[in-house]
Design a protein around this ligand. Structure first.
Ligand SMILES: NC(=O)c1ccc[n+]([C@@H]2O[C@H](COP(=O)([O-])OP(=O)(O)OC[C@H]3O[C@@H](n4cnc5c(N)ncnc54)[C@H](O)[C@@H]3O)[C@@H](O)[C@H]2O)c1
Length: 466
């Protein structure tokens, strides 16, 4: 099939490369010319495992091309995917202005029948609005063209996006006609040969399903974090508690680790948009608002625990941070908890020395503060630091050289915001270990420090977790 993909970002480029791999002829369109120039020069605009290889293969086979011209890119395409960003507006709504503007342009320029498929996460009713734009503009042009809008929300996760696309857990297709449904089923056959993972439904249900999935995931993360904070107050160990939760088939085994909360380009913004959608329809969204509040508290808990350890005056402190990306295997820093923590530390007067395997560059573009040093080496970032905060669970942080770490740090404390380490493991190297959900078990005065005496479990409990 001949396909066009408008929006060559995390979703658009992965979709394009995977559909080209399946034999389709795909044109990627973007209005960011510098992004296209980088791709043309063989550099992908973001880090995503397996993607460079797939893009190179597609280009070499002549099945993947890039253009800045919408008119040129959509020529003869049977299906046009829209994977344009829908960021949060100031009031929490999803900002669909780029999506609407793009569809207005398409309605003025298209000269052939085609299917327009929304991959962007957009509020319920957006496809109806887009269909109406086509209807009215095509009528005004006096053409008899048939352009149908469908919804195909994307569920890939950054860091495993290629795998998620090639072997999807589900493919959701929202359509208003059997013809559009058949076209999308055919397109996705290489990724779902027996069709069992393809779920076809009405447009609005497909649009809502994406928000529902993200809301369920966010709620789970916040639930585990809230349970961990309560466990710490009660002298219970959240790891042990999670091991019990994991055995309950009604609960399932994933996302049971407490941590610093969710971030990234989807969960926070989609939750905000869903709350707005609900409230606009007089639904209170009480639970969803609590999920957000619990999440916002997580970074504050971490900051408070660090401050309790180093003392109220952070002006004389240097804090090392490992991990900047909102999750491993991506360089995406949109709404990353690390950046919120770093901002809080800098505002409190601390020096921050941070390291991430791939996300230093994007952070350099958004934080310009002389007190923030971005290091290319994990141990150099720790040199002379008063504590290390591990905030993204990159594999390389799972088994570091602890004796080297002890030598680098001026004060041997590790704030383990992703629960990567065991207390005994760090204690063996004289490192104090702070992790959420285990406050009562922090080793006491493992190594003398220039700061306050080792916190008593009772003091730590005030942090609600660390
Ligand atoms: N990133 C994810 O993991 C993920 C997963 C599922 C769904 N989504 C959703 O997919 C959509 C895209 O997300 P993303 O992370 O790929 O965003 P992104 O910012 O990485 O990419 C969007 C691209 O669209 C381009 N663009 C914007 N307006 C345009 C226009 N009028 N014409 C041509 N190009 C235009 C931008 O230049 C950018 O390259 C969002 O709605 C997001 O919520 C994202």
């Amino acid at each position: 099939m001949k396909l066009a993909i408008v929006g060559t970002g995390y979703v658009g480029l992965v979709t394009a490369a995977c559909l080209a791999k399946a034999g389709n002829e795909v044109t990627c369109i973007d209005n960011n010319v510098s992004k296209l120039a980088r791709i043309a020069a063989g550099q992908l605009p973001f880090h995503e495992p397996q993607l460079p290889c797939l893009v190179n293969e597609g280009r070499a086979a002549g099945r993947l091309r890039f253009t800045g011209s919408l008119r040129d890119g959509v020529q003869d395409a049977s299906i046009i995917f829209l994977s344009i960003g829908t960021p949060s507006a100031a009031d929490g709504c999803a900002d669909t202005s780029s999506l609407l503007a793009c569809v207005s342009s398409l309605a003025e320029m298209l000269d052939h029948d085609c299917l327009v498929v929304v991959k962007s996460t957009a509020p319920v009713g957006t496809c109806d609005t887009l269909q109406e734009i086509f209807r009215s503009k095509l009528r005004a042009r006096g053409t008899g063209l048939h352009i149908e809008v469908a919804c195909n929300p994307e569920f890939l996760a950054e860091g495993s996006a290629v795998h998620d696309f090639l072997e999807p857990a589900r493919i959701v297709i929202g359509t208003a006609s059997a013809q559009a449904r058949a076209m999308l089923r055919q397109l996705y056959t290489p990724f779902d040969a027996d069709g069992k993972r393809t779920l076809a439904m009405e447009l609005r249900s497909a649009e809502f399903a994406k928000y529902a999935c993200n809301a369920m995931l966010a709620a789970r993360v916040s639930m585990v974090n809230e349970l961990a904070a309560i466990a710490a107050q009660m002298g219970a160990d959240m790891d042990a508690v999670s091991s019990v939760l994991r055995t309950d088939p009604r609960i399932g085994g994933r996302y049971l680790q407490p941590g610093v909360g969710y971030g990234g380009s989807c969960l926070p913004k989609d939750l905000r948009a869903l709350i707005r959608m609900a409230q606009d329809r007089q639904e209170p969204a009480t639970l969803l608002r609590s999920v957000e509040l619990v999440n916002q508290r997580q970074v504050r808990l971490l900051f408070d625990a660090i401050r309790q350890y180093v003392g109220d005056d952070l002006g004389h402190c240097r804090i090392a941070v490992w991990g900047l990306a909102f999750k491993p295997d991506t360089d995406d820093i949109r709404e990353a908890p690390s950046l919120i923590l770093i901002r809080m530390l800098l505002d409190a007067g601390a020096q921050v020395s941070a390291y991430d395997p791939v996300a230093n560059k994007p952070v350099r573009r958004v934080i310009h503060d002389a007190a923030l040093n971005l290091s290319d080496d994990a141990y150099a970032a720790c040199d002379g630091s008063d504590a290390l905060v591990v905030i993204t669970e990159w594999d390389e942080f799972r088994s570091p050289d602890f004796s080297r770490l002890t030598r680098c740090l001026a004060s041997p404390a590790v704030f383990d915001a992703r629960n990567l380490y065991r207390r005994e493991q760090l204690a063996a190297f004289g490192l104090r270990h702070y992790r959420i959900g285990q406050a009562g078990k922090a080793p006491r005065q493992a190594v003398p420090t220039p700061y306050a005496a080792s916190p008593e479990p009772s003091e730590l409990r005030h942090n609600g977790g660390y």
